[in-house]
Ligand binder design. Structure first.
Ligand SMILES: [Ca+2]
Ligand SMILES: [Ca+2]
Ligand SMILES: [Ca+2]
Length: 484
């Protein structure tokens, strides 16, 4: 028995937990980005099918229509030529935990107080029989209500962006305390790109529409928003003119990069932070920025894109800092909260009171019905990522190079003792599968598209393969976009 297996087995025995997670030769435990978790699941399902197996999805918590922060995927056959049948996937804390989550330490923490190690799903307490999944889990056989295990070291995982712009979080990893250093970690580009969007609550969306003179404007192309096969529905209008809350691109309000920068930078005296009226909104109404934790790749991507943070920090300088969560600013006119996961941001957007905004991945689809708890993506610099429909893939404009707010996720693996040869091979196989076209047995992805630098050598096609790239074969989110 390898040393790491023995140590974990002993730890599990001393904890006395039933069905406790133990690292072994048939499992892979990945941690990191929540932004691409649906697409990772779709990849694993394809790999299981390729192996001639059947997949069962296990999830923490109830419900079979959405993914949890802690999932497990069990295939009846070993996948991708490895010995592995079970993939545990935990996305608490987000992207940087694809590296930090491998720590051997049960006590080390990120600066915002979250442990490096995350809790994998436990196979205790799961439903006895599987049910057909719906929504984001449609097409899967799902066992819900599984519990959680005690925290444990992972074998690596996926990050929305490479660690470079957030290197301060990982450069302190210690060979003795954590069992590895950042120099021991290997990175592999995934060959895909993930789009992000600026999401606002119901009231902010409607008030921005009004401020920008959008209500009553013509809808240029009648569009089946609710997916029922016609273009004649009226709530919201599928044809005719824009009404309040209408999600179609013609009807979406826009904020400029300059305005978003003024909202999320650490400069407290911007007009946008002092009074909502600077954005054409109701004067004096509080605006809340739904920020994500420091380990979130979604947060890092927003900071790189809007603030050059972690990038323009050489001798010439230029980066801007991000506003800190905490007490409200400017007499309550501007508020910043910390939100552990994407789900927390979406839950917080479900209010009709005051103004709320945050950044979430375009893997998420806004509800097409504009209830008081609905949210919407807005345009950034006049470009929309959402087509406003219930089935939109949230990527067409990014693929064509008209929407630049996207980054290229990276797969991270540790040294021997953290990531076995088979575990590393399966992490690579999951990434490679995501970067396949539908015609080549790739998964259907939302908000995620194939980069022009990809393992299959696909060229730009305007539908699945994009035109622009930041890092190419060597991850670098700080590079300007280039055509390839
Ligand atoms: Ca293992
Ligand atoms: Ca319709
Ligand atoms: Ca209809």
């Amino acid at each position: 028995m390898k040393v790491k297996y023995l140590a974990l087995a002993l730890a599990a025995m001393s904890a006395g937990a039933a069905n406790a997670y133990t690292d072994n030769e048939t499992n892979l435990y990945i941690t990191g980005a929540s932004a691409i978790r649906n697409n990772v699941a779709a990849s694993i399902k394809k790999l299981c099918g390729d192996a001639g197996g059947a997949l069962t999805v296990y999830k923490n918590g109830s419900g079979v229509s959405s993914l949890a922060n802690q999932m497990a995927y069990v295939c009846t056959e070993p996948m991708a030529g490895t010995s592995i049948t079970t993939v545990l996937h935990t996305t608490t804390g987000g992207s940087l935990n694809s590296i930090l989550g491998m720590s051997s330490s049960t006590t080390n923490k990120a600066p915002d107080g979250a442990f490096y190690q995350q809790q994998p799903m436990s196979f205790s307490g799961c439903d006895a029989s599987a049910n057909a999944g719906t929504g984001a889990l449609a097409g899967y056989s799902v066992k819900a209500n599984c519990g959680l295990d005690t925290k444990a070291a992972s074998n690596g995982g996926f990050s929305d962006v490479e660690y470079g712009p957030a290197i301060g979080l990982v450069e302190g990893l210690d060979a003795d305390a954590d069992g590895f250093t950042i120099g021991d970690v290997s990175a592999k580009t995934t060959g895909v790109a993930q789009a992000f969007g600026v999401a606002v609550n119901n009231r902010m969306y409607k008030d921005l529409q009004t401020a920008q003179g959008i209500v009553g404007k013509a809808i240029s192309t009648p569009t089946d928003i609710n997916g029922d096969g016609d273009t004649s529905d009226s709530s919201p209008n599928e044809s005719g003119t824009c009404d309040l809350g209408n999600p179609l691109p013609d009807c979406q309000p826009s904020l400029s990069s300059l305005q978003i920068r003024a909202l999320i930078s650490s400069n407290l005296s911007t007009a946008e932070k002092k009074n909502a009226s600077a954005l054409g909104l109701t004067a004096g109404t509080p605006i809340t920025y739904l920020k994500r934790p420091v380990t979130s790749g979604t947060q890092t991507s927003a900071q790189v894109f809007f603030l050059s943070k972690g990038c323009a920090n050489g001798p010439a300088g230029g980066e801007l800092d991000v506003v800190a969560p905490g007490p409200s600013y400017n007499g309550g006119k501007f508020i910043v909260t910390n939100n552990s996961g994407t789900g927390n941001v979406l839950n917080a957007l479900a209010t009709a009171t005051n103004y709320y905004f945050g950044i979430v991945s375009a893997e998420n689809r806004a509800p097409v019905t504009m209830g008081t708890d609905a949210w919407r993506f807005i345009k950034v610099d006049g470009a929309a990522i959402s087509d406003g429909t219930a089935t939109g893939l949230n990527k067409k404009t990014a693929i064509k190079g008209d929407y630049p707010f996207f980054f290229e996720p990276v797969g991270y693996k540790g040294p021997e003792g953290k990531t076995s040869t088979d575990e590393a091979a399966l992490i690579d196989a999951i990434a490679d599968k995501m970067a396949l076209k539908l015609a080549d047995d790739g998964p259907t992805t939302v908000g995620l598209f194939i980069s022009p630098v990809n393992p299959s050598g696909y060229a730009y096609d305007g539908a699945e393969v994009g035109k622009l790239v930041r890092g190419g074969s060597s991850p670098s989110s700080c590079q300007p976009l280039q055509a390839f």
